[in-house]
Design a protein around this ligand. Structure first.
Ligand code: AMP
Length: 203
């Protein structure tokens, strides 16, 4: 596993119904910056995506935004994109996702919609196929991801997750504990992660 230098955050391009989600995004961005890590994200300046970037930028953090050309002026404004210290414009979604994967040492899903699910599920499928062992975290703000976690457990119980030991996303309820959880997982390089979730539950 690479040392943790950057964290990719997948999350909604919408704000969601509750302020709690926006606040969580802001807090996560800030804590990534305060840990001296780079935020990698989809470049959007609206919704939770915008809150994460804003939190990181205000705390003096480094931020890479990766956005397909056709989404500029939909998920972002050109002005706001100027605040990012690295902006990569891709031709399509596939290229965007690939660069986000390559540039990131860990992945977090905060509350979001179908795009967020698509992105974090792809990262889990690549873990399942043994392409990477980068930490994957569900930021389970207000239990947002419980239905998704129940579905994964159900798939495991019914025998459809063929390499269960490779698909063990961390579940972190408190947004303030997410970066510490990733660093703890990164420090447990190549050692069994059994018990790590119980350590994280106490963070
Ligand atoms: P959403 O959770 O639907 O608000 O989307 C969050 C982010 O995922 C947005 O930046 C979307 O542009 C992005 N997204 C949506 N669909 C896809 C897709 N098929 N592949 C990659 N990114 C996507």
């Amino acid at each position: 596993m690479n040392p943790i230098r950057s964290i990719c955050v997948y999350c909604g391009s919408s704000p969601g119904r509750s302020d709690v989600y926006l606040k969580a995004g802001h807090t996560l961005g800030r804590s990534i910056a305060e840990a001296g890590l780079r935020l990698v994200y989809g470049g959007g300046t609206k919704g939770i995506m915008g809150a994460v970037a804003d939190g990181a930028i205000r705390a003096g953090g480094k931020v890479t935004g990766i956005i397909p050309r056709f989404l500029i002026n939909k998920e972002a404004t050109e002005n706001a994109l100027g605040r990012l210290d690295e902006l990569l414009i891709t031709e399509n979604m596939h290229e965007r996702k690939h660069i986000m994967f390559e540039k990131s040492d860990a992945f977090v899903a905060l509350p979001g919609g179908i795009g967020t699910v698509e992105e974090i599920v792809e990262i889990m499928t690549w873990a399942q196929l043994g392409h990477h062992r980068k930490p994957i975290v569900f930021g389970n703000i207000e239990g947002f991801w419980n239905p998704m976690l129940a579905l994964i457990d159900h798939m495991k119980a019914e025998g459809f997750v063929h390499t269960t030991h490779l698909v063990n996303p961390l579940v972190v309820d408190r947004v303030e504990a997410i970066v510490a959880a990733i660093l703890a997982e990164g420090a447990a390089v190549d050692s069994p992660t059994t018990g790590l979730q119980s350590v994280i539950d106490k963070l």
